[in-house]
Design a protein around this ligand. Structure first.
Ligand code: ATP
Ligand code: MG
Length: 174
């Protein structure tokens, strides 16, 4: 029996597939779903650029922070500028909120009834494994890759480490 499923999302298309599978299992078994996102403080700007919604997110932060309107160039340049000017936290918090809200809405739409969410910080793999233990999850679902730009058949470093460290069943979605 699966009673509680942790699904980890970095906001990538791969993680979206993980949310879909976890929601499907939750909806058909009545299991609870625990969605976690580890803030992307250390992620390179180019990785964030791969997130479909990042331009919208940055423009929301721009509205609240008029100084950002004077930064010329691409979203990547703007994120780099925000990092140099101590605005990284605001951008990462806005990204975290958007990632969690969209995963939670997708899970509910897919029929999951018990949906919890949690935003974490620190090393993503350790934070995910600790969260699964703390929340009493008996399954972890992740994407095989994330926002990184890995080529070939390898799985990403976060899903690889989680699968090695976790005490419960881990599913990496391809
Ligand atoms: P790498 O990060 O090693 O360059 P990658 O980004 O392609 O490669 P991973 O980061 O391992 O691959 O991502 C695989 C899966 O791990 C994602 O689909 C997601 O389920 C989970 N994951 C990765 N980063 C996070 C995060 N910051 N918060 C929550 N889940 C994450
Ligand atoms: Mg990654």
């Amino acid at each position: 029996m699966v009673e509680k499923i942790l699904v980890a999302t970095d906001g990538s298309d791969h993680a979206e597939k993980a949310v879909a599978l976890a929601s499907l299992i939750a909806a058909s078994t009545d299991a609870a779903i625990h969605i976690v996102h580890v803030t992307l403080d250390g992620a390179p700007s180019e990785e964030l650029q791969r997130m479909a919604e990042v331009e919208d997110i940055v423009s929301d932060v721009q509205k609240a922070e008029p100084q950002l309107n004077n930064v010329p160039g691409s979203v990547v340049e703007m994120i780099k500028w925000a990092r140099r000017n101590a605005m990284n936290e605001k951008i990462m918090a806005a990204i975290a909120e958007r990632v969690i809200d969209s995963a939670s809405a997708a899970a509910k739409k897919a029929g999951a009834k018990k949906v919890e969410t949690e935003t974490l910080s620190g090393n993503p793999a350790t934070a995910i494994v600790d969260a699964a233990k703390r929340a009493g999850c008996d399954m972890i679902v992740m994407g095989s890759r994330g926002l990184g730009d890995l080529k070939g058949l390898m799985v990403g470093s976060v899903s690889h480490k989680v699968a090695n460290m976790a005490a419960c069943t881990c599913v990496t979605v391809k």
